[in-house]
Write a protein that binds this ligand. Structure first.
Ligand code: ADE
Length: 246
């Protein structure tokens, strides 16, 4: 999978592309990341990429012309590229959208900067995405979030042992069940007996129920949309009226 990142700070991506799982995938050639410096597409003596807003107001606004030229170059190289503007005004990223992005062979991420971007830039992109309801100082951390979340789903990035099916926000739309490792007991807290039983069916049943309970407690908004059987829905509704965990 190819990523092109349009940014005013291309060096930010040097460390991202060499670190951890993401770096390994880059090294293995499974994913490619090409940062593009928007400033390289700015014209004039000062090659300015930002300007003060018409109508007044504080701060600077990212100009449309250098971005348009940078995007034209990216599209000339690959007309099929999917272009995403990272902005707090975009559609909120979730695991479903992450999965859809993983279906593109080439995604270009445009990092906004300063107090905003010229609104005409929005007409040059295929979609606008936000990574959360908070404001970052620029799109670069958001670009990393998007690339990391999507790359985990690209075949060959995760090892066979690291399944994405049962993790939080996985296929069933539930949070992940609780996990434990050694020691069996830590300051009076014992690992649930069933996990030591060797009974794989019982363990699977327990994990599924824990995932449902956990989602109900922490993210009831997700539970409403989760893939539950009729029996499970009845069970969790009854549990809601009974104090304590089942
Ligand atoms: N740029 C600034 N804040 C952002 C956010 N929340 N998501 C994506 N891009 C951003």
């Amino acid at each position: 999978m190819r990523w092109t990142v349009l940014t005013l700070f291309p060096s930010v991506f040097d460390s991202i592309c060499t670190a951890s799982l993401f770096g390994k995938a880059v090294e293995a050639g499974v994913i490619q990341v090409r940062p593009v410096d928007i400033r390289d597409h700015a014209e004039g003596k000062h090659r300015s990429v930002d300007d003060s807003p018409f109508g007044g107001g504080v701060g600077m606004v990212l100009r449309v012309e250098p971005v348009a030229r940078a995007l034209e170059a990216v599209r000339a190289d690959d007309p099929a590229v999917h272009v995403v503007l990272l902005t707090p005004q975009g559609r909120l990223l979730d695991q479903a959208r992450v999965g859809e992005l993983a279906g593109h062979a080439h995604v270009a991420l445009l990092c906004g900067r300063y107090e905003g971007v010229d609104d005409r830039i929005c007409g040059l992109v295929d979609e606008e995405l936000s990574v959360g309801d908070y404001v970052l100082s620029g799109g670069e951390p958001a670009a990393w979030v998007v690339m990391d979340a999507v790359c985990r789903l690209v075949p060959g990035v995760l090892g066979k042992a690291e399944s994405t099916l049962e993790e939080s926000h996985g296929a069933a739309g539930l949070l992940e069940y609780p996990q434990y490792t050694r020691p069996r007991e830590f300051r009076g807290q014992a690992v649930p007996e069933v996990l030591l039983s060797g009974d794989h069916a019982a363990i699977a049943r327990w994990r599924r129920r824990q995932a449902i309970v956990r989602t109900a407690e922490r993210r009831p908004d997700l539970l409403a949309r989760a893939d539950l059987s009729e029996e499970e829905r009845v069970w969790i509704e009854q549990l809601g009226r009974v104090p304590g965990r089942g």
